[in-house]
Design a protein around this ligand. Structure first.
Ligand SMILES: [Zn+2]
Ligand SMILES: [Zn+2]
Length: 202
């Protein structure tokens, strides 16, 4: 639904990082995108996440489930990808990077000049190395205090400094922070993200 507000009517692929509800339960909204396509929408992600999604949302991934005439379903094709093995989406190199997220390991992605980390508790040195050189970093930050499955705001700022992107946007933020307060106190080049934010990446 955020895509509708942003006026986006074409999507080339979907990258899943993991199968937690806050990142996947909008999956049915993909039908508005896939109904305009002649081929199923490629859906990439780690094996465990795609397998979870195939169980939870069988009607999307099972070709045997056909919508009744006059109805539709999201038409997606799942592709398992492996950490450290890049693949192409619309002429861009996409590299899945494994990061710890509490009890599970999830993927972050390096997509050309963009580093995108939605749910990391910490960043191992090889992950930092994979993200160095990105011009834009999107990284999760929850509270000011430590959290068992996510980076805190101070931890995210420290990781952002290590990665050294020109612009960093904090995402997955909570009700605990007011946007303007955070904007005022974050170091230069690090900003709180917000719904509807458009980032141009050359
Ligand atoms: Zn999660
Ligand atoms: Zn999450």
């Amino acid at each position: 639904l955020q895509l509708i507000a942003a006026g986006i009517d074409r999507v080339d692929a979907v990258l899943f990082t993991h199968s937690h509800a806050d990142h996947t339960h909008g999956i049915d909204d993909l039908r508005a995108i896939t109904i305009r396509r002649s081929a199923p929408l490629p859906i990439y992600g780690p094996a465990a996440a795609l397998s979870d999604l195939e169980t939870k949302f069988r009607y999307i991934f099972d070709d045997a489930v056909r919508p009744l005439p006059g109805t539709s379903k999201p038409e997606g094709k799942a592709h398992v990808v492996e950490a450290g093995q890049s693949f192409s989406v619309a002429d861009l190199d996409v590299l899945p990077v494994a990061v710890p997220h509490g009890a599970v390991t999830v993927f972050a992605y390096r997509i050309g000049p963009l580093a995108y980390i939605t749910d990391a508790k910490s960043l191992p040195p090889n992950a930092i190395a994979s993200f160095r050189g990105a011009s834009v970093l999107v990284i999760n930050a929850l509270f000011r205090t430590e959290h068992p499955t996510h980076l805190s705001i101070p931890e995210a700022v420290a990781a952002a400094r290590e990665i050294g992107a020109e612009r960093t946007y904090l995402t997955h933020l909570t009700h605990d922070n007011f946007h303007a307060d955070l904007e005022a106190e974050l170091p230069r080049g690090i900003y709180p993200a917000f719904d509807g934010l458009t980032v141009r990446i050359d």
